[in-house]
Ligand binder design. Structure first.
Ligand code: KIV
Ligand code: ZN
Length: 515
């Protein structure tokens, strides 16, 4: 194909991805992910929902200040306060977009909004015009378009374009559509809306039936030129279309698509690891493109074929999505420069020499216990080294755990809480249970532990264990992570990390509430 159209990649990991229970991110974590997305040449980064909380506002503002090459987008309901807050947060962006939305399906209009279709159209037009006061780049979404009446969609989209929307987004909010049907919807909309040529048509698919990527691709084959997606398919409920799947399907099957993305796909694996380690949502081993087994050939017959000719069983090259860049190993003799250089390749840049030195000391400690340090070890170590320590009120000072056959395990834990040292002793069903009980005895949070999982970061008995915990209190759900070669210590770090997050501010949800 000579000149394929550009397929715009709109990443919403920092907004819809963050709506996964427990996946909330701090401002600094969002900046790290945004930098990795910019390096991958993502076109648009939806950085958050500025009206949700002061923290969300600051995060969008900080991402808008930092990122120069990608457009930064803020989400806003079709409400004055939302749009003004998004406009304010994006003021310093090199290129800023306001994404405003209102629901259009009968069930949402009647049950949630309690508005008539005419009122919804009027509100949408008003919202687009208001957003245009802040930027020429305005996206309008019809929430639950996947269950909306096609005539009504044609009407509202035509008027939104007339009001100044430059991107029209068609979300399958509840993941209800099937690929051929969704593709036909996009084609019909683009054919029937008289001013369709004045906007880019976009899709935003959820994965409730496991069809988010397939639906997005069907839409692209029928004319959509923007796909909204997330790294690792993170997102509300079953998640969103996975960026890596959409991008690699279009790249690999160029014969079937009249468009291509501008992405540097060799950054995909790095981005995936970064998002998994920051959010505490591990990637399943058999996940397409970014799963540990995605390019592993276990069966003898496959290995034989791949050795003779790679194409016998591989449709993509592992190095094209960044796997080969992840093999470099550091050891106890590696110096500070090698450490810094490798972290920079992983998009981790230190703000100060002290931060670098602290992380380097931890690296040396780890390299003493574990002879080869891999990229995943480094990511875990940097997360541990206090990149997100800014708001941490609770810190683990020390712990001692006794576990002996025939005896009840017990733990003594020392924490600092707002700088004040406190300790407690507790017994439990196992050493982790005892440690958690001691921590709760100090903090008295009244929270409930909903998930506890341990993953080995690399192979071998000297591997670091990465522990993820999910904690819930009064409907607020947070994840915490900790890594250590001692999994009881990793568990305590993860628990403390989650409880720190629990103490942070509460955020509003964009799709709840009246409009
Ligand atoms: O799923 C959805 O409809 C959304 C909108 C806000 C675009 O996330
Ligand atoms: Zn969504």
């Amino acid at each position: 194909m000579n000149n394929p159209d550009r397929l715009i990649i709109f990443d919403t990991t920092l907004r819809d991805g963050e709506q996964s229970p427990g996946a909330s991110m701090t401002r600094d974590e969002k900046i790290r992910i945004a930098k990795a997305l910019e390096k991958m040449r993502v076109d648009v980064i939806e950085a958050g929902f500025p009206i949700a909380s002061p923290g969300d506002f600051e995060a969008v503002q900080a991402v808008a200040r930092t990122i120069r090459d990608s457009t930064i987008c803020g989400l806003a309901r079709a409400l004055e306060g939302d749009i003004d807050r998004a406009g304010e947060a994006l003021k310093e962006a090199n290129s800023g977009r306001i994404h405003t939305f209102i629901a259009t399906s009968p069930i949402h209009m009647e049950q949630k909004l309690r508005m008539t279709p005419d009122q919804v159209v009027e509100q949408a037009v008003w919202a687009v015009k208001r957003a245009r006061n802040y930027t020429d780049d305005v996206e309008f979404s019809a929430e639950d378009a996947g269950r909306s009446d096609i005539d009504f969609l044609c009407r509202i989209f035509e008027q939104a374009i007339d009001a100044g929307a430059t991107t029209i987004n068609v979300p399958d909010t509840v993941g209800y559509n099937l690929p051929d049907q969704f593709g036909a919807t996009i084609r019909t909309l683009m054919e029937r809306i008289p001013n369709a040529d004045k906007a880019v048509f976009s899709v935003h698919c959820h994965n409730d039936l496991g069809l988010a990527s397939a639906n997005s691709l069907a839409a692209v084959r029928n004319g959509a030129r923007q796909v909204e997606c997330t790294i690792n398919g993170l997102g509300e409920r079953a998640g969103n279309a996975a960026l890596e799947e959409v991008v690699m399907a279009v790249r690999t099957r160029r014969d079937l698509f009249e468009c291509d993305t501008g992405l540097d796909t060799t950054q995909i694996v790095n981005c995936s690891r970064l998002v998994a380690s920051i959010t505490g949502f591990p990637v399943q081993p058999n996940k397409a493109i970014v799963g540990a087994n995605a390019f592993a050939h276990e069966a003898g017959i496959h290995q034989d074929g791949v050795l003779k000719s790679r194409e016998t069983y591989e449709i993509m090259r592992a190095e094209d999505v960044g796997w080969s860049h992840n093999r470099m190993v550091l050891g106890k003799h590696s110096g500070r420069n090698a450490f810094r250089a490798r972290l920079e390749e992983l998009d981790i840049v230190f703000d100060s020499e002290e931060e670098l030195n602290a992380a380097f000391r931890r690296f040396k400690d780890l390299a003493d216990k574990k002879h080869e340090v891999f990229d995943d070890d480094l990511l875990a170590l940097v997360n541990d080294a206090g990149f997100s320590a800014e708001n941490e009120r609770i810190k683990l000072v020390s712990m001692k755990v006794c576990s002996e056959t025939g005896e009840t395990p017990d733990a003594t834990v020392v924490l600092t809480v707002d700088g004040e040292e406190r300790s407690a002793h507790a017994q439990g069903g196992g050493p982790v249970d005892a440690a958690f009980k001691a921590i709760e005895a100090i903090l008295q949070t009244g929270s409930v532990l909903e998930l506890y999982s341990v993953n080995s970061i690399t192979s071998g008995t000297d591997a670091q264990g990465e522990v993820t915990v999910r904690v819930q209190k009064e409907g607020k759900i947070v994840n915490g992570q900790g890594a250590d070669t001692d999994i009881v210590i990793a568990s305590a770090k993860a628990y403390v990390n989650a409880l720190n997050r629990l103490l942070q501010e509460q955020r509003a949800h964009p799709q709840q509430g009246n409009v």
